[in-house]
Design a protein around this ligand. Sequence first.
Ligand SMILES: Nc1ncnc2c1ncn2[C@@H]1O[C@H](COP(=O)(O)OP(=O)(O)O)[C@@H](O)[C@H]1O
Ligand SMILES: [Mg+2]
Length: 316
Amino acid sequence: MIEARNFSITYRHRVFKKIYALNNVTLKIEEGDVVGIAGESGCGKSTFARGILKLFNSWQIYSMGGEVFVDGQEILKEKEARLSQIRGKKVAMIFQHPYLSFNPVLKIKKQIPAGEFSPLQNKGEILSQILEKVGLEERVLELYPHQLSGGMLQRVQIAGALLLKAKVLIADEPTSSLDAITQKKIINLLKKIVETENLTLIFISHNLRLIRYLTKKTFIFYGGFLVEEGPTDEVFENPLHPYTKALLKCIPEPHKKIEPIPGDPPDLSQKTSKCPFFERCYKRESICEKFPPYRGERRKVLCFYPEAKYRIENNK
Ligand SMILES: Nc1ncnc2c1ncn2[C@@H]1O[C@H](COP(=O)(O)OP(=O)(O)O)[C@@H](O)[C@H]1O
Ligand SMILES: [Mg+2]
């Protein structure tokens, strides 16, 4: 459904500076997959998500490279007019800040996408069915965004995706600004919707517990690079990349000391020729001053680390 090959995005920062926010990311997401993208803030998760739809202002971007296919259609070379069709019909996005995703002076009914209906379908009926699916009452249509809670607005965004019959839903930190109870409700709603509607879901979060709960496959990003991927349970139970291992140790658990990763995230204004995790890696060896290969089958990892290599080769 979505395939990226050597996908790179460099932002233009101030006048002369560049930010290498995404570097040679190659990955494949099949139809019906529920995948998670995890990693520290600033590692390129949102850049990847927006990149799939080319949702940027042209002045922000210095360059975009590689190839991205959505349902077989190459995106990067596509004209704006065709792209707006893909954005609406194939891929829908749910953003982190519900209040920023809506126009404050328009009622909700004016902000829900029109959707497409055959002449035999009753538009009002379909809309009320969809509102019911996402757990909203019809009266919300007459309200303004500020009259709804954050959780309700996220439900409106999900309803919009269903109205457009999107095949892929990209949820970029959809619950990060919600309280714990609302967060749980929205996560369960997403889970139910992707199952019943057979959607492909890309769930982006720095919250690893949510990724584990919701997704079947996990991609770990670090400093704009994809550093590890695999079935979610395997990545969490048996992380291969030293960064993933360190990241998982940051999940708070009772009676366990949290071990923050020492050092700072990499400076993205410099292109690296070493392993991107080199400065912070506790397993580094001299070979790591070269750029590591991204290898493996079911599990893939960007690392020279001999143990990772051994485990991949022996399928462990
Ligand atoms: N419009 C922009 N111009 C310049 N740099 C940007 C822009 N948007 C994001 N960045 C930078 O790109 C990097 C990746 O950002 P982002 O994709 O938002 O990370 P994440 O979503 O993982 O937190 C960060 O260093 C961020 O500061
Ligand atoms: Mg983000």
